[in-house]
Write a protein that binds this ligand. Sequence first.
Ligand SMILES: Cc1cc2nc3c(=O)[nH]c(=O)nc-3n(C[C@H](O)[C@H](O)[C@H](O)COP(=O)(O)O)c2cc1C
Length: 149
Amino acid sequence: MRTAICYHSTHHGNTQKVLEAMAQGNDVDLIDVAGGEDADLDAYDVIGFASGIYGFAFDESVMEFLRKNLPRGKKVFFVYTYSGIRGTGAKKIREAAEEKGASILGEYSCHGFTTVGPFKLGGGVFKGHPDQKELDGAKAFYQSIMGQQ
Ligand SMILES: Cc1cc2nc3c(=O)[nH]c(=O)nc-3n(C[C@H](O)[C@H](O)[C@H](O)COP(=O)(O)O)c2cc1C
């Protein structure tokens, strides 16, 4: 089983930390989409998409990458870090994947440190996140979705 996770993680590298925990000891290629290059995802059995939440959604570079590069009918999952309300960040990207006939294996999300806007004044919020428990949760999530394949 080959997995690719296509991601964008620029604010504090929070999402990247989660992905590195997931990839550790597993056959996972991490593809940073920030450069804007296309990639051939045909050879992958499972494809993840990951991002911080910026303005209530995944970064547009990940959305665009999915629209251009996700082959039809793949198994996909989503990972994101956020500092606001849990559970809404993957809505648009889920819809984009469904338009490509993807079957959705699940999603994992956790808090990420942020210094955006007014939060900067107080030194940021969710300092220390993702923490070890969240990284362990990410590993467990990955093992659980792969265990069902
Ligand atoms: C410009 C900007 C906009 C953001 N918008 C949201 C948002 O709408 N909802 C939310 O929960 N977090 C928001 N955040 C917080 C980030 O999602 C959070 O810090 C995330 O962990 C960043 O991931 P990264 O370090 O991998 O880029 C925002 C952060 C930035 C910098």
